[in-house]
Design a protein around this ligand. Sequence first.
Ligand code: NOJ
Length: 496
Amino acid sequence: MDQLAVLICFTVFTFTTADDAVNTKAFPKDFKFGVATASYQIEGGWNEDGKGENIWDHLVHNGPFIIKHNDTGDIACDSYHKYKEDVRMLKDLGVNHYRFSISWSRLLPTGFANKVNPAGVQYYKSLIKELKANGIEPFVTLYHWDMPQPIQELGGFLNDNFVDWFGDYAELCFKHFGDEVSNWLTFNEPISTCQQGYGNAVKAPLIHSPGIGEYICGKNMMLAHARAWHIYNDKFRSKQKGSVGFVVDSLWYEPSSNKTEDVHAAEMKRQFVWGLYINPLINGDHSTMVKEQIARRSKQQGFKRSRLPEFTEKEQKYLKGTLDVIGLNHYSTVLVSAQEKPDPSAMGFFVDCEANEWKSDDWEKSGSDWLRVVPWGIRKLLKWIKDNFNNHKIIITENGYSDREPKLLKDDRRIHYIKSYLSNIRDAMEKDGVNVIGYTLWSLMDNFEWTSGYTEKLGIHHVDFNSSNRTRTKKSSAEFYKKVIATRCLAEKCTA
Ligand code: NOJ
């Protein structure tokens, strides 16, 4: 073959495979495309106009200084001042919805509902008004990791009164914003919140209580979600006609072989995620598999009762049926095998399941250690959710790709990621009948990536954190996503 023939052959081959691999069915007309952010990661204005201190403010200012380059969210993307510019970017993308979160301490500086900050109410009213004026539906998360510091000092999620305090805060949000907001999400990511914040101490509030604190956190989070749901249901739903969901963070857990013990270990992992957090909201209790596993290990360890606190019958009734929509944050997949000799004394979410997890070397890397590109994982996960939760309604609340380049505007790997994940979502809808109502890309722009500071970038707009302007620049992925939204199609041509 001469060189030209090789080139033609190669070109045809790469283009065809790239296009063939993609689902060519258009997304339904009412499928929602959006992007997401969160208050602490973008707002800045950390102590402006009466805002109170939250646990991330506290951590970045007082230490321990575990954030890359000692970065802070003091100014972040400065969205507290630049929200109109954010809405212009959203409008240009053509998104149907924007997922953002309310900073509890901006609204209630001490965390408690006796003292409302009028400037905080005004900020979110203005943002919501701007969104609606541009035809963008707000999806509002009530808690995206920025617990008011005074509530943390009383234990945060470990204090049973948290349920009341969160309920009061949620009610205030429904009252002030609910006439304009129909989509509420109570909590973002129980695993990151409870396991990383109250278990192995890698996120604020850095509490180290594996196997105990983290499970209490989960219990109170579930009850606080149910409280908010009931308040909405009893007092606001008939007039505001919205929905209240909860956002779970889940990888796909793929068995590393078809040996029974590895298949069982992968299912155990899934149950630790879904059985702890979603099962209570749909069916009223933790799933039996997790309850039995933690109870057995707790007994072996000499505890008088399971380290996983049980729900009373009354609580079970209160929890059951309080999930209008499942919010799913999904980024990646891991392989799972059964542990040959589980350590009987180990305690914690990540060890109680007696399974090992790792990433295959064959999977494409990203800018984050935890994120490998495994598009088929999302399809398997969606199918699993459908089968286990009676085809419950799902919205993808986050999905996205990270890099570590200072300014990568031609972000082809991100485009590849978005396209292949969306294609698998479309497959799950079309071929597996999964009830997915929307997709929310993380993130509208580069922002404060928690303990990684500004080093890991997941935005489809670049933000210049060295300029006081926080100049936003479009990346190629924003152009790509804009086209997907406009055409509802991933290929050059789609069928209806
Ligand atoms: C999940 C979190 O909700 C969000 O805050 C974070 O930035 C992204 N994942 C990426 O790590």
